[in-house]
Design a protein around this ligand. Structure first.
Ligand SMILES: *Cc1c(COP(=O)(O)O)cnc(C)c1O
Length: 376
């Protein structure tokens, strides 16, 4: 028998979450009499830990898929995805362009080196590109003063038959926080406003949920949003839950109680003796530790659900186990089900907050040794 831990992914939750985003964009566009945005469902990092093939199934109604790894792009095609695929970091070396060509991938272009590689490539068809602006995050993209020249180079390559559509794109650093997107959006407008009418893409999950109005298209411009985390039912925000948007957790991490200790008052629990019982307690031992991807920095008080009852973690998380307070669940013993996050348990965001991180990191970090199952 394997250990009782497993992660299950609900394809219907993925589908539901995509529909939530779709509805939000459609309602906004309808109010404004605009063209609704198209959706590139972001499935980088093995679909945020959920599995590429499950994501291809769950996001079959998306207009496109976006990711980083050429391998993942190939897996999407092999899983039957025929629509657009955007490479968020583009390609890295000339040989990558063979795959871009063969699998008909759309590429972000964010360096002159990439334009050089395109200029000398031998391709069987035109490559669609999104020319990326660094509008203030200072991660990928052409600087504002360089953007018009880079875009003009791409338009020249279009004229030579190398490139297909030439779009404009940027990424927000603070769409989830008080700073918002206005400053970067202004830089984007100034740097790209006068340029030809290719597609435009600026919004991640936070911007899509918070500012759907900036993703409106019109007769001349197709807008694409790039939501990731919200499609998996987790929140891009510190202070607004995914549930408040009607999103459903796609991944549920579950295990079982594999031992029970009746601990007298004044005893310590776990490595480092960081928690001491104030009174006699029943303590459950759960088959889940940091080697499974559960965050070691989650301390006493982190929410966890045992036999359907919300309770709390006690002491330090070990490599393979963690301990919980069975006080609220007096009838739970060995074999009782434990929901670490997801359906029937705390949200991954609540666990992440208790560990000083974000749901994104926990979802991506579920270890390979945890068996994954697909729910319909
Ligand atoms: C990861 C990523 C996204 C999606 O971000 P979320 O916060 O998960 O919605 C969008 N665009 C780019 C360029 C990304 O790297």
């Amino acid at each position: 028998m394997p250990r009782p831990i497993s992660a299950s992914v609900s394809v219907s939750a993925l589908r539901h979450n995509l529909a939530v985003v779709r509805r939000l964009l459609d309602q906004d566009a309808e109010r404004a009499g605009a063209q609704p945005a198209s959706i590139w469902a972001v499935i980088k990092a093995n679909a945020y830990g959920h599995g590429i093939e499950r994501a291809v199934a769950g996001f079959s109604a998306a207009q496109g898929l976006a990711m980083l790894d050429l391998d993942e792009a190939v897996r999407c095609r092999e899983a039957g995805w025929g629509g657009p695929i955007l490479l968020l970091e583009g390609f890295f070396q000339p040989a990558d362009l063979d795959l871009v060509d063969r699998y008909h991938l759309t590429s972000t272009v964010h360096t002159h080196e990439q334009l050089d590689m395109l200029a000398t490539a031998r391709l069987s068809r035109r490559v669609d590109v999104m020319v990326k602006l660094n509008s203030g995050m200072n991660r990928l993209g052409f600087a504002p003063h360089d953007y018009a020249q880079a875009h003009a180079r791409a338009v020249q390559l279009h004229a030579k038959g190398v490139l297909g559509s030439v779009g404009r794109m940027t990424h927000f650093a603070c769409a989830d926080g008080p700073e918002g997107v206005a400053g970067q959006l202004e830089v984007f407008g100034r740097a790209t406003g006068g340029l030809a009418n290719g597609p435009v893409s600026v919004c991640n999950s936070a911007a899509t949920l918070r500012y759907p109005e900036i993703a409106r298209g019109d007769a001349g411009t197709q807008h694409w949003v790039r939501p990731g985390i919200c499609l998996y039912g987790a929140s891009p925000f510190d202070d607004v839950s995914a549930a408040s948007y009607g999103l459903r957790p796609a991944m549920s991490l579950r295990s079982e109680i594999i031992g029970v200790q009746n601990v007298p008052a004044g005893q310590a629990i776990g490595y480092g003796a960081t928690y001491r019982t104030e009174q006699a307690m029943r303590v459950g031992v759960v088959a889940c530790g940091y080697a499974d991807g559960y965050p070691r920095h989650a301390g006493t008080g982190t929410p966890i659900t045992v036999a359907g009852v919300p309770t709390r973690l006690l002491g330090r998380v070990s490599m393979d186990m963690l301990m919980v307070d069975l006080g609220p669940a007096p009838s739970a013993g060995v074999g009782a089900p434990v929901a670490l996050w997801g359906e029937g348990g705390p949200s991954v965001d609540d666990v992440a907050r208790a560990a000083g991180t974000i749901g994104y990191e926990l979802l991506c970090a579920v270890a390979a040794r945890v068996p994954q199952a697909t729910r319909p």
